[in-house]
Design a protein. Structure first.
Length: 179
C-alpha cells in the first residue's frame, strides 16, 4: 500500500513537471508567445532547470533540447523508480532491459505530448464556444494551428462549425492506440 502511494506521488510530480517542460518545448517550437499566464507560469516553473542546461546543450534546428531532454530523462527516472520499487533491480544488469527502459521512456514522452495536444485542442474548442476572446485563445490557436491547418483544408466548416479539432482529437487518439 505504501509503495502504491509512493509511486502515485512520484508519477504525479514527474508527470506535472514533464508536461511543463514539454509545453515549454512546444511553445518555443511553434513560436507561441510566452506573454500570457500559461507562458509565464511555464517559464517560471522550468527556468531553474532549462537555463543552466542551455549553456551545456545548444538547440538543434531551432528546437530547445534543454526543455525536451529533461522531460525525457524524467520519464527514464520514473520507469527506473517503478522498476526498482517493484523489485526488478536484480534484472537490471541486462543491457537489453536498460535499452527497453530507454525506449519506453521515448514512448512515454510521446504519449504525454499527444495528451498535451488533446488537452490544448479540447480547451481551444471549449474557449471558442464560451469565450473566444480569452487571453488563452491566441496561444492555444498558435499551438494547435500546425495540426489543424491540414485538416481544415480538407474539411471546411459546416454551418459555421469547425470540426477540425474533433478530427484532430480522433487522429491523436488513434496514434495513442499504436503507442
Amino acid at each position: 500500500m505504501l509503495m502504491q502511494a509512493e509511486l502515485f506521488l512520484l508519477d504525479t510530480l514527474i508527470g506535472f513537471f514533464s508536461v511543463a517542460l514539454l509545453l515549454r518545448f512546444y511553445m518555443q517550437a511553434f513560436r507561441v508567445s510566452f506573454r500570457n499566464q500559461v507562458g509565464a507560469f511555464v517559464v517560471q516553473l522550468t527556468n531553474w532547470l532549462v537555463m543552466p542546461l542551455r549553456k551545456l546543450l545548444p538547440g538543434l534546428f531551432g528546437l530547445d533540447l534543454a526543455s525536451l531532454l529533461p522531460a525525457y530523462l524524467l520519464q527514464v527516472l520514473l520507469l527506473f523508480a517503478v522498476f526498482s520499487l517493484r523489485g526488478g533491480l536484480e534484472m537490471m544488469v541486462s543491457g537489453d532491459l536498460v535499452a527497453l527502459m530507454l525506449w519506453h521512456a521515448v514512448l512515454a514522452t510521446l504519449r504525454i505530448s499527444i495528451y498535451l495536444l488533446i488537452g490544448a485542442l479540447f480547451l481551444q474548442a471549449i474557449l471558442s464556444w464560451v469565450n473566444p476572446h480569452s487571453a488563452l485563445a491566441l496561444p492555444l490557436a498558435q499551438l494547435t494551428h500546425t495540426f489543424l491547418y491540414p485538416i481544415r483544408r480538407i474539411v471546411p466548416p459546416i454551418a459555421a462549425i469547425d470540426l477540425s479539432p474533433l478530427i484532430a482529437i480522433l487522429l491523436a487518439q488513434l496514434v495513442l492506440i499504436f503507442l
